[in-house]
Each structure stands twice: as C-alpha cells, then as structure tokens.
Ligand binder design. Sequence first.
Ligand code: GLA
Ligand code: ZN
Length: 673
Amino acid sequence: MPETSPKGLARLAFGGDYNPEQWPETVWQDDVRLMREAGVTMVSVGIFSWALLEPAPGVHDFGWLDRVLGLLHDNGIRVDLGTPTVAPPVWFYRDHPDALPVTAEGVRHEFGSRGAICHSNAHYRAAAADITTRLAERYADHPALAMWHVHNEYGVPVSACYCDSCAAHFRRWLATVYGTVDAVNEAWGTAFWGQRYARLEDVNPPRVTPTVGNPGQALDYKRFADATMRENFRAERDILHRLAPGVPVTTNFMTALSQCDSVDYWAWGREVDIVTNDHYLITDGRRTHVNLAMAADLTRSVGAGAPWILLEHSTSGVNWQPRNPAKAPGQMARNSLAHVARGSEGAMFFQWRQSRRGAEKFHSAMVPHGGADTRVWREVVELGASLDSLAAVRGTRTEADVAVLWDWQSWWAQNLAWRPSEDADPRERADAFYEALYDRHLTVDFARPETDLSAYPLVVVPALYLMTQKAGADLKAYVERGGTLVVSYFSGIVDEHDAVHEGAYPGALRDVLGLTVEEFSPLLQGESVRLTGPDGRDLDGDVWTEFVVPRGAETVWRYADGLAAGRPAVTRHRLGEGVAWYVSTRLGQDGLDVVLGRAAEDARIAPRAGLPRDVEVVRRSGETGSYLFAINHTAVDAKVPLETSGDELLTGERAAGRLAVPAGAVRVVRLDG
Ligand code: GLA
Ligand code: ZN
C-alpha cells in the first residue's frame, strides 16, 4: 500500500510553489528565514525546472537543487518535489518538433510557454521517463522529501492534441475499447450522414469539419485524450513508486469546473496516492466562497472522502482574469480554512515569492513584491499560526448531508453541438443546485453514477444528460429502499455513446420518476414561464420546458403559461419506501429552495435553524475528535448554535451554547464528548 499522506509532515501543509531558480542564491537565505517566521511546513519545488536540471540532452545539473533541498531540510521544511515534465526544454523540441501539440484546426503550437505537449509522442514519453528516473534515483532517500508532484495540472492549457501520432494512438485505443471497426460504427451511429468506416485505419481525430462532426467520435476523443494523459501520469508514478517506495505520489488537480473541464477526475482520483487540488476564485460577481466550497467538496469526493491537500490557491489577486481584484482583509484565511473544513490537510499557495519577471509577475504570492512589510505578509504569518493550532484535525473526515451526482463524461457529452438549447448548461445547473444546498447549510458529497448511495437521505441530480441504464436502475433501487431523489431536466437521455435510450425520454429515469417526456420545448432568451403550485406558492422557470406525461408521479407544480401550459412542471413520485422529484424547467434560486425544502422534508432532514445565509458551518470528525468549523463570510457578527460545548482552537477560548463568530472571522471548535 502506498503512503497516503506526505512523509514526515506532522502538521497541516502550509507553504507554496517555491521557485528559487528565479532568484540569486542570496535570496534563498531570506526565503527560509521568512518561511520559518510564517510557520511554513512544506513547499513544492522544481515543477518547471527541466531546462535547468538538464541544460543539454543527457547533461544534468542537480547541484542547485541539492542546495535548495538541503537548505529546506536544515530549516525543517518538507518538500513536495516536482517532476518537471510539463515544461520540456527548448533543445527537446529542436530535436523533436513533432512533440509540440496540434490544434483541431491543424495549427502546431510553438515553444515559449509551458504545457506544449503531445501526450502520444514517443520521444516525449521517453524523455519524461528519463528525467523522472534521474530525479527519483537522486532524491528517493533525501530526508526533505515528503511527496512527489508529477507534472502540473494535466488537462490545461492543452486538453487534446490532434496530430498524426495522436491519430495513430486513437486508433489503437479504439481497437482496445471496441475490438472491431464494426463495433465503432455501431457505437458512433455512422449510418448517419454516410460516415461508415470500412477499416479502423481510416479513423482520424475529430478535426475541423464543414459542419457538426460525429458526436460519438467527439465524445470518445475526449475520453481518449484523458486516458492518454493518465497513461503518462501512471508511467511517471510507477517509476517513482519503484525507485522511492514509501513516498506518496500526487498530481495537482483543478476540480473546479470553470478551471479544467477535460479531465475525468473520477478516474484520476483512483490513480494518485493523495488527492491534491488547485483552486482560484473566479471573480465574476457571484459569491466566490460558494464555488470554493463546491470545488473543495468535489475534490474530497474524487478521493472517496479521504483527506486531501489544497496545493495551490492565491494569497490575493490572480493575473489571468480580465479583472483581478485583491482579496479583502481576512478573505485569504476564510478561503484557506474553508478548504480545511471540507477535508484539506492544509493550505498551500501559488507561489512563495512573487516573480519579478515572466508571465505571472502580477499574480499575488506569500511574499509580495513589497516584501514583509505588507498586509499580505502579515496575514500569511497569521494564517500559519492558525493552521498550526489546527494540526489535530489531520486524518479526520468531513461529514456530508446529501449527495449530488456528477459525471464529467456526461458534461462532455451535453456540451457537444446541436442540442435542444445551448442555454441548458449542465455546469450552471450544478452550480445552482449546489448553491441552494449550501444556502440550506447542507454539506455535499459528490458521487459518481453507479455507486452506492444508501448512506445519503437525499440525492440530487442537477444535470446528468448521459446516464447508463444501470445508473438509472441504481437510482430506482435507492428510492425504493427509502431514499429521496431530486432530478432536474434533460437527465437520463442518452447512453455512454451519446445514443438516445430506446423509447420515451428520459430513458434511464422513466421508471424511477414515474413519467415520460414527450417533447422538449426550450424557451427563447428572455422568455419565462409561471408555475402554479400548492398553497398558492407560484414559481418561475426559464430556459427549458417540456411536455411531461405522468405515469405514476403526482403533479405538484403545473405550467400556467407557455406551450406546456396545463401540463406538469414539477412532479413527485412515491416509489417503494422513497420519493423521486422531477423538475422540468430551470428554476431560479428561490424556486430551487422551495422544491429542495419539500424534498428535504421527505428525506427527514431537519432545517438548520438560526444560521445566517453566508455563515458556513461544516464538521470534520475522526479519531482525534469532532471539529465544527464556522466561517462568517458576512460583515455582521454571528452566533452559531452548538449542540455541545468545546474548545475553540484559534482563540483558545471555551465555547458553549452559542459560538460567537465575528464578522469575517473563522472559528473551529473541538466538540466535547
Ligand atoms: C496554476 C498553475 C500555477 C500558476 C497558477 C496561477 O494553478 O499550476 O503554476 O500558473 O495557476 O494562478
Ligand atoms: Zn499529438
């Protein structure tokens, strides 16, 4: 069994990407002095250092890295050591220009950035294995080594390459998955538009076509590209496991849907020894802490609930959005501790010292351009102390109330071209349902379809267009045994090849929902419909309506206008011991809250009374006890009801009855008992 926590790290992880090669060695002394001042426990080193470690083919220079690791070790700082395979040196591309990836339009990328990689390229694979082997041989037993950091953020900035080696590799992948060309024809439905293939050799990547290409091919290419990156991860991981047994291997994920959409993290979660994640606030005017909580819950979920590590976030503004606001005072700590509440074993940053040169010089860091006499630095030091006092939460697990079904592959499929409405955006629905659950103070586990959900009283399916019959049957069994299910529109429509399930919509969910859908009738932009329901409680929908025919389900809300007027809009189906709700239009946050409130009643989930909307309360528990995290995202002091008394770990005070959480503050109580 590989190790599942950083070797020799007895505290929470606190530190960042450390890029000493950007600085003269005299600065390194200042770095470690400041790291000690802030209580840094671990840094990530060498992620982009290939060109320095191997300045010419076969010529290696590890001296500087030896000195960096030695210095860190002398100062008690653990190292998350990168394999630099996301940034091959220029000499590599000079010798192997075909390792540069090609776009669907046929444009070959140039050297001069990072992540310019064709993952099918045999020369790249050999070179990556070689530098990984040399690093592992040299540092396997280094006393500073805590963990390996393979590559960087697979899936960005290039999610797929369309070159000829990838075409050949895709055909091999198809041969393995399907066996014969006839099976490919069947899966992709190539009878349509005369796309039939007589031999696998004629299949290409889904490059630019005059009009919409084959959706099955496009979906499989996403799977292939993801699987190919995973092959390369596994190759590096296996070298590291072999040469450095006992040192866990990770690669930093980006689970937030807005930050990387090309990686099936359900599959990746099983490959890493420790799940690690990078998360950046998308400042688009929405409540950033809700998206943060969602990404953290998703990260924990892809690791099956085990503790994980936030490997990168920002101390203040980033530099890659159109507008990059600074974080408000206290926001960095709230962000960091919200990740910890949801299972992270620490909070790390991009990056330690803000660069003076290069593309990211305006990205915030732990040590800003202004040095130690800055607000950011003072908050960094304060956060270090807070994390130090939370070491006992290590190994505990976040407690969830509900499950949300999520599947990247369904998202890939739904986002292909020529759907009933481009406004039916699965990510938007996932965000909206998540937000409604967050506002009810319910902690979410994400779950993949076809897993056991019996531990959850409530399961929500915001958008699962692609769903196997097995996944539908599992949900039916879940409800029959007493579960409560809420499904939103355009779910359960196609199988794994993007083929519509036989019979009426929604093929995979007809039985559990007790209804069929005769026709979709999406709305035009700006249009909305009114839904009349129980107790005069009307709701509004937009984007989507459809013609629902109840076949066992009762109609709870009905369309009052639009083409679907008079027909069911929101239904409830009692089945066995449980209940399945169906929502056939896009409800706003108010409507979602009403429907989820009804479903929560069915699921016998008591409302969390007395908590303001933006006061986040999450629990972690395990062998060392039970910890209640309360994060006040508002500008008003709050009180959080406590079931039992306990010790507040950040202030050292006793807490009983009601926990005072000042505006903008975080409190963590170790509950007695
Ligand atoms: C990503 C990368 C880092 C850095 C940050 C900036 O997470 O992994 O190298 O570019 O973004 O936000
Ligand atoms: Zn390629």
